[in-house]
Design a protein around this ligand. Structure first.
Ligand SMILES: [Zn+2]
Ligand SMILES: [Zn+2]
Ligand SMILES: [Zn+2]
Length: 96
C-alpha cells in the first residue's frame, strides 16, 4: 500500500525511523540520536503491486497499517497529509 510520510530534513529518512522503537534498525546517527526535524510537507511513498506493477491504493490519513503485527503503525493525519491525500484522490478520479 502507498503511504504519505514525512522525511527528516537533517538525514532524509522517514520520521518514523527516529521513534524510540525503531532505534537500532538504522545505522544513521541522526535517526538513533532522537527526534526528527520533520519536513512539514508529506512525501508520497508509492508502492506497486505484483504482478503487473500497478500502483497500489493510498492509505487514508490516520489509518492503521499492519494491524495485529509488531509493525503496526498509524499513518500521519496532519492537515498537510489530508490535503495531499485529497489532491491525489481527485487526481486519480480525474485520470480515469
Ligand atoms: Zn534524521
Ligand atoms: Zn536518518
Ligand atoms: Zn502528516
Amino acid at each position: 500500500m502507498s503511504v504519505l510520510m514525512h522525511r527528516c530534513r537533517a538525514c532524509g529518512h522517514a520520521t518514523g525511523w527516529h521513534e524510540p522503537r525503531s532505534r537500532g534498525y538504522s545505522s544513521c546517527s541522526c535517526c538513533n540520536r532522537g527526534a526528527a526535524q520533520a519536513d512539514p510537507a508529506p512525501q508520497l511513498q508509492q508502492t506497486y503491486g505484483h504482478p503487473g506493477g500497478r500502483p497500489e491504493p493510498l492509505y487514508p490519513p490516520g489509518s492503521t497499517r499492519n494491524s495485529g503485527t509488531m509493525h503496526a503503525s498509524t499513518t500521519c493525519d496532519c492537515g498537510a497529509c489530508r490535503a495531499a491525500y485529497d489532491r491525489l484522490q481527485q487526481g486519480e478520479s480525474a485520470a480515469g
